[in-house]
Write a protein that binds this ligand. Sequence first.
Ligand code: NAD
Length: 291
Amino acid sequence: MKIGFIGLGNMGGPMARNLAAGGYDVTGFDVAAPIPDGLTKAETAADAARNADVVITMLPDGGILRSVADQVIPAMTKGAVLLDCSTVDVESARAVADQASAAQIGALDAPVSGGIGGAEAGTLTFMVGGAEDAVTRAMPLFDIMGQKAVHCGPSGNGQAAKICNNMILGATMIATCEAFALADKLGLDRQSMFDVVSTSSGYSWTMNAYCPAPGVGPTSPADSGYTPGFAAELMLKDLRLSQQAAEAVDADTPMGQRAAELYEGFVENEGGQGKDFSAMLPRFEKRGRTS
Ligand code: NAD
C-alpha cells in the first residue's frame, strides 16, 4: 500500500515515521517541517497524493485542511482514501468528505487522542467518521499508529466525538482545579482531598489519572512544572470547536462555554500559553472570588 502523508509536524512526523518503519511506502509533504527518516520527499501536496492508496493529513485547522483537500483530491486515484487525522470543525470535515466522495474518493475523519507521546509510541486512539469500507481499508494503518480505533458513524462523527470528549475534559479539569483551590482555603490538605475524591463520586480522569496538584496522585505534568502534556492552547482550540459546533446545531452547552472562556483568558492574558492545561490549578490558587 502506498501512502501520501501531508503535515509532518509534532504529531504527523512521528505517525509517518511509524508507518514507514512498519514497511509502508510513504511519500511526505510539509510546507515547513523536515521530512522524517524513511519517507520519500514530495515537492507539493498533490505530488504526495498522486498514486497513493491512502492520503493522510495531519494539519493545524479546518481552513488549511480545506485548502490542502482542494490540491490533493484532483490528484488522487479514484477509489483511494483521504484520511484526515487533524482536529478540525465538524463542518470542514463534512465538506471535505463530500468533495472527496464527488470525486469517487473515500474519506475518513479520524482525529486522535494521546498527544505527541502517543504519536511517537504508536499508541494513539482514533475516533473515526466515514463509510465502513474505508474504515476497513485504513484499519492496518490505525493498528500501526495507534492502539484503538472507534468507528463513530458517518463523516464528521469522529470530530464530533473528539470535541464532546474534550469539552468534558476541559470542564472537568476546571472543576477539579477550583475544588483543590477551595480545599486549600478551607484548610483541607491536598493528599486528603485526593484520597477522598479519587475513591468517591467526584472521581474523574483529571483527578485520578492526571491530578493537577503536584506530588499528589500518579505522576502528571503538575510534577514537572506544568510542562505539557496537553497544552492549554490546544484545549482552548478544542473548546472553541465544541462551541462552534454547538452554535451550528443550537445545543445548549453552558459548562463548555464557560470552560472555553476560562481557557481563553488563561491562554491569552494569564500566562497559560505553553503550559499544560492542568496549570489552571495555580491560576485558581492565586485568585479570590472577584480577582
Ligand atoms: P504542528 O503545528 O506541529 O503540525 C502541523 C504541520 O502542518 C506543520 O508542520 C505545518 O508546517 C504543516 N502545514 C501547515 N499548513 C500546511 C499545508 N498547507 N501543507 C502542508 N503542510 C502544512 O501541529 P501538531 O501538534 O502536529 O497537530 C496537528 C493536528 O493534530 C492539529 O489539528 C491538532 O489539534 C491535533 N492534535 C494535536 C495533539 C498534540 O498533542 N500536539 C493532540 C491531539 C490532536
